[in-house]
Design a protein around this ligand. Structure first.
Ligand code: SF4
Length: 383
């Protein structure tokens, strides 16, 4: 049976044995999405997400900016052209990273269950690098005095981090595990400000409450590992810093949330399928075609964005280039596609209910065109 006909994972994902701040946020947002994404689907270890090439290009640029932001932050945001800035570019593997990412994504796209010659990245590594450099130049604010603040990397060092910080004044990539809870984090930078310890995380994107919460969780890890509560946590963005002072009661509150919340999240992932939380995340949820609870919400959100998600009851085939179908609300639709796309559809769709992801609506939504990147999932259980 092809991936597009499998109705559920062949092996369900287990809850994580160790939690990160990101996995907590992801499972809180929707346990089912976390679970379906990480489950085995036939021969595939995980759900094979098939993002649009433009989204992949954006992701490659974003990840490179993320790496460079971290590397610069760890070296005290040195000025352009300085030896420290050059070292940050090397640390971040900035320029070579683009060609490698393009090659890796090219391989992933071609080994996807639904490859297609028309579905590949259009931009070269060099073009993406130029795009990233432009964005970085627009936003980066060097800190002229900071070259001396380069931090000692501490991620893989199983040493007394408190003593190491006292000696070095700044540490980077500090991997810490809570002594009594299944929770770990890698702290981008920890520095001694002279007025107490500051935990810093480097971020691209916009300030968000999530960043503050993540930093408090990291401050908790530092406190429980060393006995010293940080005085401050900071989110360093490309164009500025947001800082918050830390109180013991805030750390105790964060810890109490973890004590109570982690067993509940683990329990939620022991249901198969886990509970769904339909909401604003459904529109771009990679597993929405396999989530009856969130499908309608995602379909509406896609319509607002001009994307063609549709659940259809397929009627008669109308030649090599299309078929007739009916939507969930009973409207007739002509589904059309080119010969190259036809080869990629599931073999038997007549009489089936299918969920189409990322088609293109035409002719006032009386026609839905399936493109090279469109996916069509057979949904037998709805019949
Ligand atoms: S479609 Fe919505 S409810 Fe369903 S798994 Fe995705 S995010 Fe969760």
């Amino acid at each position: 049976m092809s991936f597009y006909e499998l109705q559920a994972p062949t092996v369900w994902a287990d809850p994580p044995s160790m939690w990160s701040s990101t996995s907590i946020d992801d499972v809180e947002a929707c346990p089912r999405r976390w679970q379906l994404m990480r489950s085995r689907w036939g021969d595939l270890d995980r759900f094979p997400v098939r993002p649009h090439p433009a989204a992949i290009e954006g992701q490659i640029v974003h990840e490179a900016l993320d790496r460079l932001t971290r590397a610069c932050g760890q070296r005290g945001n040195p000025p352009f052209g300085s030896p420290e800035f050059a070292a940050a570019l090397t640390d971040a593997d900035f320029f070579p990273g683009f060609a490698r990412a393009v090659a890796e994504w090219g391989h992933r796209l071609m080994s996807h269950p639904r490859p297609g010659p028309a579905f590949r990245l259009r931009a070269s590594g060099e073009e993406l690098a130029n795009r990233a450099v432009r964005m970085f130049r627009e936003q980066y604010k060097p800190d002229g005095k900071a070259a001396s603040q380069a931090a000692e990397r501490a991620a893989e060092t199983p040493v007394n981090v408190k003593a190491l910080l006292k000696k070095k004044h700044a540490l980077s990539e500090v991997k810490l595990t809570h002594p009594g809870l299944p929770f770990l984090g890698i702290l981008d930078r920890v520095q001694d400000t002279g007025e107490g310890v500051e935990v810093v995380d480097f971020k691209t994107g916009k300030p968000s409450d999530k960043h503050h919460k993540q930093l408090l969780r990291y401050a908790l890890l530092w406190w429980r590992t060393t006995g010293d509560a940080p005085a401050r946590v900071s989110a360093q963005y490309l164009d500025g810093v947001e800082s918050w002072s830390v109180t013991l009661s805030a750390l105790e509150g964060i810890e109490a949330d973890l004590v109570k919340g982690l067993p509940l999240l683990t329990e939620a992932l022991r249901a198969y399928p886990a509970a769904a939380k339909p909401g604003s995340g459904c529109g771009f949820c990679p597993v929405r075609a396999r989530c009856a609870a969130g499908w309608a919400v995602g379909e509406e959100a896609a319509l607002v964005d001009g994307r063609g998600d549709a659940e259809l009851l397929v009627g008669a085939k109308a030649g090599e280039h299309g078929f007739l179908a009916r939507t969930r609300v009973g409207a007739d639709v002509a589904v059309v596609y080119e010969a190259a796309v036809a080869k990629l559809l599931p073999e038997h769709v007549e009489g089936q209910v299918v969920r189409v992801l990322d088609g293109v609506w035409k002719e006032k939504r009386s026609q839905l065109e399936l493109k090279a990147w469109t996916e069509v999932f057979v949904v037998r259980e709805v019949q």
